[in-house]
Design a binder for this molecule. Structure first.
Ligand code: PGA
Length: 249
């Protein structure tokens, strides 16, 4: 049994005061949610406010990236131990916006994932194809390349601690959700890659989230798909009511 996992990804939105206001509304709306893992991945500067508002609740917090060194002369970077020290238990790695705008590659995804695990953070590792890759029938190849270069370098013990997010890039922030069928196919492909590399027990245990225009109105049909274990939610995680509706689908 895989516990449904609902993660908000705030991207570059909200101030610390807005963070506090969000959790004041959100925490009571999900406090009675049973059998759910709930996380908000907030901008770094909001993490202390998020930690203060969620300590002792069923809501976890995470960063949206980390650097693989623990400390050093790396201006502008944040390390795994720093995220842990401020109260995070999670971190998003390899989001398509980081791949697109900040030079993230499969190799750096692997380095960051290992660093997250060393800091005892649960990495939420993102994969997904571009529109032109889907239209030219390359989705499965792209997922295989991203998996092989970015995840398959983990040991079985390391792999057992990660969460995967499938986010088709054409569905992110566009209002175009993948149909449950399209998402289910991709999740099945990813689970097959996991089975081939780590065995069927690992494939049965790993949570694979869907991300890309998840909303209160489509979460139920997505979660009805056998291989979809949760959501990585951008826009709809910014309002307490809408993200709570997704958590409580
Ligand atoms: P969206 O973003 O829900 O706004 O499409 C998802 C994501 O990028 O994680």
């Amino acid at each position: 049994m895989r516990t449904p996992f609902m993660a908000g990804n705030w991207k570059m939105y909200k101030t610390p005061a807005e963070t506090t206001a969000f959790f004041e509304k959100f925490v009571p709306l999900v406090s009675s949610a049973q059998g759910r893992e709930i996380v908000i991945n907030a901008p770094f500067v909001n993490l202390p406010a998020a930690a203060a508002a969620t300590t002792g609740t069923n809501v976890g917090i995470g960063g949206q990236n980390l650097f693989w060194e623990k400390e050093g002369a790396y201006t502008g970077e944040i390390s795994g131990p720093m995220l842990k020290a401020v109260g995070c238990n999670y971190v998003v790695i390899g989001h398509s916006e980081r791949r697109q705008y900040f030079g993230e590659t499969d190799a750096t995804v692997l380095r960051r994932t290992i660093a997250a695990l060393e800091a005892e953070l649960t990495p939420i590792v993102c994969v997904g194809e571009l529109l032109e890759e889907r239209e030219s029938g390359k989705t499965a190849d792209v997922l295989e390349t991203q998996f092989t270069g970015g995840i398959a370098g983990l040991s079985p013990e390391q792999f057992a601690k990660i969460v995967i997010a499938y986010e088709p890039v054409w569905a992110i922030g566009t209002g175009k959700t993948a149909t449950p069928e399209i998402a289910g196919d991709a999740h099945n492909t990813i689970r097959g890659l996991v089975a081939a590399k780590y065995g069927s027990d690992a494939a049965g245990a790993v949570r694979i989230l869907y991300g890309g225009s998840v909303k209160p109105g489509n979460i139920k049909e997505l979660m009805a798909v056998e291989d979809i274990d949760g959501g990585l939610v951008g826009g709809a995680s910014l309002e307490a009511e809408s993200f709570a509706a997704i958590v409580n689908f």
